[in-house]
Design a protein around this ligand. Structure first.
Ligand SMILES: Nc1ncnc2c1ncn2[C@@H]1O[C@H](COP(=O)(O)OP(=O)(O)OP(=O)(O)O)[C@@H](O)[C@H]1O
Ligand SMILES: [Mg+2]
Length: 257
């Protein structure tokens, strides 16, 4: 039996009669990098919003570590360890790289006034923040203003602030979007690295990234699961090929292994 960290059962979301997510049953295995792919408008981001409780499902269930979290609130699921990587806009541009990670850590630890008053606890916080920066390769840029970081490095910072929340399951929505070749490679390597000891569910349009690092893939189309399996399996599925045909990001067959 697979060790399933996250499961959805018949998860459904309707917007005024339009079904954006339709009876989606997913099983994400612990330790995997699991990709959610599909054409534009397939319902991928809506799924993420349901998982993080930003949206309330119309029907269906979500289980995390075997526990039904369908009725949980966003802060509760975050505390349980389901953390969505925030968009770059959530990185404070006028703070340094180190300060941004420190804020992430403070969020995680809570804001007890007495705790933060002690200088030894602040030193501990800096140590932890620097360790996280080292994990994402930003240790040399700790003092840099976040606004001055190149695009790919901002993504790395965003991942560091997400790691500060101690995720058991990280949700990444299009982590390589808008990146040039070099940054895509760097961020892909980074995701692979930080996946150690964690589980990652990611939406990704770049099929080279999916083929390169994802253990399992679920393909969504018009809100429903069209296919599931390894990259080799889904990429030769005729229905999947058809779903991608004629879309700009459909180079399924062209991806290199
Ligand atoms: N709040 C909303 N109200 C009404 N319709 C919505 C809402 N959010 C999403 N939708 C619709 O649901 C469908 C799925 O959208 P979603 O953003 O989940 O797709 P996606 O797979 O993430 O697409 P993309 O690849 O473009 O990011 C789309 O048709 C979208 O217009
Ligand atoms: Mg989306």
């Amino acid at each position: 039996m697979a060790d399933v960290i996250l499961e959805t059962r018949q998860l459904t979301k309707e917007f005024k009669g339009f079904t954006a997510v339709s009876e989606v049953s997913l099983q994400v295995e612990r330790g995997h990098i699991h990709a959610l792919i599909g054409p534009n408008g397939a319902g991928k981001t809506t799924c993420f919003n349901l998982l993080t409780k930003f949206l309330v499902p119309t029907a269906g269930h979500i289980l995390f570590n075997g526990r039904d979290i369908t009725a949980a609130r966003p802060a509760q699921v975050a505390r349980m360890g389901i953390i969505r990587s925030f968009q770059i806009s959530a990185v404070f541009p006028h703070l340094t790289v180190l300060e941004n990670v420190r804020i992430g850590l403070q969020r995680q630890l809570g804001t007890s006034f007495h705790f933060w008053r002690s200088s030894s606890s602040l030193r501990l916080l800096d140590e932890r923040a620097l360790a996280l920066l080292a994990e994402v390769g930003l240790e040399g840029l700790a003092g840099t203003l976040s606004a001055d970081l190149p695009y790919g490095r901002k993504r790395a910072l965003e991942i560091a602030t997400t790691l500060a929340m101690e995720p058991e399951l990280m949700l990444l929505d299009e982590p390589t979007q808008g990146m040039g070749h070099e940054d895509v490679h760097r961020v892909t390597e980074l995701i692979k690295k930080v996946s150690a000891g964690r589980t990652i569910l990611m939406v990704e349009h770049n099929m080279n990234v999916v083929a390169g690092i994802c253990d399992r893939i679920s393909v969504l189309q018009r809100g429903a699961v069209l296919a599931e399996g390894s990259y080799a399996e889904v990429s030769r599925n005729p229905q999947v090929m058809e779903a991608y045909m004629g879309t700009s990001d459909g180079a399924l067959a062209g991806a290199q292994h």
